[in-house]
Design a protein around this ligand. Structure first.
Ligand SMILES: [Zn+2]
Length: 240
């Protein structure tokens, strides 16, 4: 059966065909910042921005995961849909590294750039390329993001500003930074299921190469719990 396709969707599917017959993909040129899922004549049609034709494998996987969660809802699919959606939007509208002030790496106690250079030299032969910065807020999360921009792709490592204190030992700051660096060295792998594996076996092994690993983990076990308790207590008081 010949399906009626418009001009811009007929050429090829750029690897989007393996969704099977369930969903057809189209790439309308005017669609830029979002995507659509439409039901038309008994078929599901997913319209994607043209940039998806050259999307990296993990973005494709996130899109498939999103579609699967929408078309086949199950316990847990809502969370999977949301996290896939967040990553797709981050890829669609990335932070431009050119706009990132370098000074963000210099904290009050720790200079992330300096720690990064040291760890990079000691454990990765200087092969890791990334922009490092403290999170804008104290309660911010430590994250690794792979940004794809017009000028190429960049890794952005954000370390929670909560670690920029004299009471935080070097092993703890370095441990968190090292963990995020390992995400670049040992990337997530697509798994058979729809959830991608981030902290997989090879990652955990790479992470244990850090000399201060034990000191870092035991510091976290002792201190993060304490901070969490304080936080909960203050929230409780605030509610009264
Ligand atoms: Zn991680």
């Amino acid at each position: 059966m010949e399906s009626k396709k418009s001009e811009w969707s007929s050429s090829c599917d750029y690897g989007w065909g393996d969704q099977g017959a369930e969903v057809q993909f189209e790439f309308p040129p005017r669609l830029r910042k979002t995507w659509r899922l439409i039901r038309s004549k008994g078929h599901w049609i997913c319209q994607l921005p043209v940039s998806f034709q050259t999307a990296p494998p993990l973005v494709r996987e996130d899109m498939r995961s999103w579609l699967h969660a929408v078309l086949h809802p199950s316990p847990g699919s809502r969370a999977r849909k949301k996290s896939a959606q967040v990553r797709i939007f981050q890829w669609l509208t990335p932070i431009s590294p050119e706009l990132m002030p370098r000074a963000r790496a210099q904290g009050i106690t720790w200079d992330l750039e300096e720690l990064f250079k040291k760890l990079n030299h000691q454990y990765f032969d200087g092969s890791i390329q990334a922009i490092v910065r403290w999170s804008p807020q104290i309660g911010g999360l430590s994250t690794h993001r792979h940004l794809h921009t017009a000028t190429g792709s960049h890794h952005l490592l954000t370390i929670s500003r909560g670690y920029d204190q004299s009471s935080v030992p070097r092993e703890a700051v370095e441990g968190v930074l090292f963990h995020e660096m390992c995400h670049i060295a040992v990337p997530p792998k697509p798994s058979q299921g729809l959830r991608r594996q981030v902290h997989h076996k090879a990652f955990r092994e790479a992470e244990r190469r850090y000399e201060g690993y034990e000191a870092w983990r035991s510091w976290e076990a002792r201190h993060l719990h304490k901070e969490l308790r304080i936080l909960k207590k203050s929230l409780w008081i605030g509610r009264k």
